[in-house]
Write a protein that binds this ligand. Structure first.
Ligand code: NAD
Length: 390
């Protein structure tokens, strides 16, 4: 069948297997060229099919020679409908890793469910005995509480009052003001239920109890803080409440893991185009401006560069995990540089429909977005028939 981009409201509903294969190969190549990471060899990734989780998995496997188990939830393909992007990435990742003699297992399952934890514990025992690193990189719009079976939905809204700001339609390349109503208290609590640390805590508890965490095991989850310009919608919004909860949970898990000489912490990553971030209002415009400035300064990174640098220099470097006084690892160090943020502040108010292409890297944002779904690769013939089964 022919597979074309099908984009509705900033969400792409189709995915092209050949483009996703290219994207995976490019990330593997980057890591191989960047050189070896000295790290332990048994890694569990929760949410490792796309974005930051996939980049951590690729860096661990192809940089650190680690075996990996990944749990993610992706739509499977049919003869008539392509899968969601991560399904293809998992398939190609497992193939590529196995070719190099690495253990690689991808499970398509709801990571929030207790049954999945039990299946994963069995898998760890079968393949590794224990794991040395647990990466928590889930991003989801909803979560079914495994104890009450209640379904919670997350929202991306400000708190307290309606927020009006500039936002971009990155497909049409137009700027417009958007107003987002403040979240209710319930919406805030629900967002914390989905994107906070509750599920991470359940995972580490279960893994500890089953004795499948190795001596010295580490666990990382990912967060974002960003500059004041995005506070209303991010850090001081519903998602920010969830991230604060996640960071607090890291403290509790860190204490628990001391019993095995391990640690838990949060890495604050750079704002990047992923399936999760492209649906946050205001953020795509901020990312487009950020890309432009960081590319001009030669310090732009994508997920793979971020996660490779994190593992090699900030977690498994010669001085161990490099944390700030709040226990956080900072991969937003270059994004938050004063010279970068000063330029963002100076340009933000000036952006309009006429100068969008010259002041921001809207082209780069759009291209990254398309490539997340396997489109826009010059070497792929999109006019040719492709098997959606991959
Ligand atoms: P993403 O959408 O690319 O990845 C989300 C992953 O979660 C996918 O592998 C998906 O399959 C998996 N997933 C979702 N629901 C699941 C479920 N019920 N069961 C199993 N797997 C499930 O997102 P991302 O942007 O890479 O985000 C990963 C983490 O990084 C999040 O915590 C996010 O807040 C954080 N982060 C993102 C950015 C950014 O700019 N993208 C910046 C800093 C931190």
């Amino acid at each position: 069948m022919l597979i074309e981009p099908k984009i509705i409201g900033g969400v792409c509903l189709s995915a092209h297997p050949l483009g996703l294969k290219k994207a995976l190969e490019q990330q593997i190549e980057y890591v191989k060229e960047a050189g070896e990471i000295t790290m332990p060899k048994r890694v569990l990734v929760l949410g490792g099919s796309t974005g930051y989780g996939l980049a951590t998995r690729i860096s661990s496997a192809f940089g650190g020679c680690a075996g990996t188990i990944n749990i993610s939830l992706e739509r499977v393909p049919t003869e008539k409908k392509p899968a969601s992007p991560g399904w293809y990435s998992n398939m190609y990742f497992d193939e590529a890793a196995k070719k190099e003699g690495l253990i690689a297992e991808s499970l398509n399952a709801d990571a929030f469910a207790h049954e999945t934890r039990l299946t994963v514990i069995d898998k760890i025992r079968e393949l590794f005995g224990q794991v040395d690193l647990v990466v928590y990189s889930l991003a989801s719009p909803a979560r079914k509480d495994p104890n009450s079976n209640e379904i919670y939905k997350s929202v991306l809204k400000p708190l307290g009052k309606t927020y009006t700001a500039k936002s971009v339609d990155f497909i049409r390349k137009t700027v417009a003001e958007v107003s987002i109503e403040a979240a209710t208290e319930e919406e805030e609590l629900n967002t914390v239920k989905v994107m906070g640390g509750g599920d991470w805590m359940l995972w580490i508890n279960a893994l500890l109890e089953a004795n499948v965490l190795a001596e010295g095991a580490k666990s990382i989850a990912y967060s974002y803080i960003g500059p004041e310009i995005t506070y209303a919608i991010y850090r001081s919004g519903t998602i920010g409440s969830a991230k604060e909860n996640l960071e607090k949970t890291a403290g509790a898990l860190d204490s628990m893991l001391k019993s095995i000489g391990g640690e838990a912490f949060v890495s604050v990553n750079k704002a990047l185009v992923t399936r999760a971030s492209s649906v946050i209002p205001v953020v795509p415009l901020y990312i487009s401006l950020l890309y432009k400035i960081m590319k001009e300064k030669g310090i732009h990174e994508g997920c793979i560069e971020q996660m490779y640098r994190m593992l090699r220099t900030k977690i498994y470097g010669p001085n161990g995990t490099l944390r700030d006084e709040n226990g956080l690892v900072h991969m937003d160090d270059w994004e938050m540089r004063k010279d970068v943020q000063d330029l963002i502040g100076a340009r933000w108010d000036k952006i309009n429909n006429e100068n969008l292409e010259s002041l921001t890297d809207i082209k780069g944002f759009r291209e990254d977005f398309m490539r997340l779904h396997g489109f826009d690769w010059p070497s792929v013939d999109y006019g040719a028939d492709v098997n959606p089964m991959g």
